[in-house]
Design a protein around this ligand. Structure first.
Ligand SMILES: [Zn+2]
Length: 276
């Protein structure tokens, strides 16, 4: 059975900006890939009605997921209604149990807008609840205790909401997938129109290229890259369960962190002496 990865992004097009290159890399490595926008894009327009823009953005997202060869999941709520609440979390737990992923890609707790931050929080908790049999929502699929690793994408603003730089600890080489990533973003035609009006021609494709190049240069290894920070392993899997780095082999690497390695070794040594 193939391994599974799910990208839990916030709005239609966030996946393309921050996660799609890695998702395509994982597919190349044999993973089954899943695509979910938690919000439906209801506010991303200056011209359409609510019903029209939700329908348009759903169709655009389905086209982008299809282009990636990903399994599409329906959005869970409206834009700016991505709240850390029981209803949305329950829906996401249901998806997490159905998909049963090895890897969850999502936003980080340091992003520029609340919808993104809340999406990341919801994805983390949904993965955490995957094995809790008494969790009231999500009973359609059996609980699972399969190991899962959660990775946070780089913020859209490159910095956190207080303008501090967010530096990746993992880099994934997305160079061969830049054209597909651009084509996936171009599926979100309504956003091209919306951003061209406010920021100039093809601004969103140029933004995507800029981001790939920026993290590529930061990696000092790849031409174009996506950056990631791994979530804590507690409640998710073993400390050394790091499939994004291990399964992508030469196409990804983790920056050495001697301070954390020393910290971890000290903890392990003390545990070994107590729990022997
Ligand atoms: Zn967004």
């Amino acid at each position: 059975m193939s391994k599974v990865a799910i990208a839990v992004s916030c709005h239609p097009d966030d996946d393309e900006f921050m996660m799609a290159g890695t998702l395509l890399r994982l597919k190349e490595a044999g993973y089954e890939i899943h695509y979910l926008n938690v919000a439906n894009g209801s506010l991303g327009t200056a011209e359409h009605t609510y019903e029209d823009i939700v329908r348009i953005r759903r169709e655009e997202s389905i086209a982008a997921a299809k282009m990636a060869g990903a399994i599409y999941h329906e959005s869970l709520c409206d834009d700016l209604e991505v709240f850390y609440n029981y209803e949305t979390l329950g829906k996401l737990v249901e998806i997490m149990r159905e998909v049963n992923p090895d890897i969850v890609l999502t936003h980080g707790p340091y992003d520029y807008m609340e919808d993104h931050v809340n999406t990341g929080r919801l994805a983390v908790s949904a993965a955490f609840c995957r094995g809790m049999r008494n969790y009231k929502c999500g009973q359609k699929f059996p609980p699972t205790l399969k190991e899962v690793a959660v990775y946070h994408s780089m913020p859209h603003s490159l910095t956190d909401s207080l303008r501090k730089p967010v530096v990746p600890e993992i880099y994934v080489d997305i160079t061969p997938f830049m054209e597909t990533k651009k084509a996936m973003l171009a599926c979100h035609q309504s956003q091209k129109v919306w951003l061209d009006q406010s920021q100039g021609n093809d601004a969103y494709i140029k933004e995507l290229v800029f981001r790939g190049k920026f993290y590529g240069q930061m990696s000092k290894k790849f031409d174009f890259a996506e950056g990631w920070i791994r979530h804590s392993d507690v409640g998710f899997g073993a400390e050394n369960f790091n499939p994004l780095v291990d399964d992508l082999k030469d196409n990804a690497f983790m920056v050495a962190n001697p301070e954390r390695e020393a910290w971890s070794k000290l903890a392990q040594d003390i545990k070994d002496s107590i729990f022997e």
